[in-house]
Design a protein around this ligand. Structure first.
Ligand code: CP
Length: 307
């Protein structure tokens, strides 16, 4: 089901690709992974120009999109520093978008604040747009790489239990992961303090981490986004949070041996994860980053195919 009718084929929300198309994307990402890890660079995007516009900070998403585009033969135009763009002179997000639209890149990859009208400009754009992080609203390509990593490890979604732990309300990853994993039939629960899960994402909140640890096959830790905590409603005491929700050596012992530990990054070490997690063989955080290249490459190819 597509939530919005776009002029061009865009990807702002996980349900902008159907279940069948997302399955097809994973299959193509697997092929691209095989090629790239053997040093073969299929030129699916030869001659294409990809405009990367990042008005919020990013390391993983921006670099993996850029690397994926270049590996597939595209060239990239990048704005990743608001200070060196005319946004620093007060140019609006919309004017920036339509300025770049006028010079006709083949694809936009955009990270912006939740207050920016990304959905509005995308609806009117003749050029496909990929959402690379939209405030706390959504991060669908993180959803893709997370689901792909789970599929790679377990070979299926049915019966796989996924626990998403941490700052659910301020996370753009949580909503995208939940929607996509549920679309594929995984069993998803969250584990968060009550005041960090006040929006309804349609999944149960198991408030005791110690009870939930033995249940899950995939543990997804989230960063506590202290910088987005604006009101008393979302106030948490850091020490209390660490006591109840940090993954430490005692809690690692309670996780199933076959489980995987994931994190979208960046990690607040000492908060959601203690240092022992770094050495745990169940940690697949680095594979997630790598899979970001293949899933984003497959997505760009899918959106540009036939353009
Ligand atoms: N996971 C993620 O979106 O990381 P970046 O903010 O570094 O892109």
């Amino acid at each position: 089901m597509t939530s919005i009718n776009y002029n061009a084929r865009s990807y702002l929300w996980v349900d902008d690709l159907s279940f069948e198309d997302t399955k097809q994307l994973f299959s193509q990402a697997t092929q691209i992974k095989k090629h790239l890890t053997r040093g073969i660079h299929p030129r699916f995007l030869e001659g294409k120009q990809v405009a990367l516009v990042f008005s919020e900070a990013s390391t993983r998403t921006k670099m993996s999109f850029q690397l994926a585009a270049q590996r597939l033969g595209a060239q990239c135009l990048v704005i990743d520093n608001v200070k060196s763009s005319s946004m620093s002179k007060g140019e609006t997000f919309s004017d920036t978008f339509w300025t770049l639209h006028s010079i006709k890149p083949d694809l936009f990859v955009i990270r912006c604040g939740g207050e920016d009208p990304l959905d509005e400009v995308t609806q009117r754009s003749n050029i496909p747009v990929i959402n690379a992080g939209f405030g706390a609203k959504s991060h669908p390509t993180q959803g893709l790489l997370d689901a792909f990593t789970i599929q790679e490890r377990f070979g299926k979604f049915a019966g796989i239990k996924v626990l998403i732990v941490g700052d659910i309300d301020h996370s753009r990853v949580a909503s995208s992961d939940i929607k996509l994993l549920k679309m594929f039939g995984a069993d998803v629960k969250v584990c968060a303090p009550k005041n960090l899960y006040q929006r309804d994402l349609g999944v149960e909140n198991v408030e005791s981490l110690d009870e939930a640890l033995g249940w899950c096959d995939a543990y997804i830790g989230l960063r506590v986004q202290f910088e987005r905590h604006e009101s008393e409603k979302s106030f948490i005491n850091e020490n209390d949070y660490i006591e109840s929700f940090s993954l430490n050596s005692q809690r690692l012992d309670k996780l199933q041996k076959s489980a995987i530990i994931m994190h979208p990054g960046p990690v607040n070490w000492g908060v959601e994860f203690q240092q022992q997690v770094q050495d745990d063989k169940r940690l697949v955080m680095w594979q997630q980053k790598e899979n970001g290249v293949y899933t984003r490459a497959a997505l760009m190819e899918m959106l540009l195919k036939g353009e």
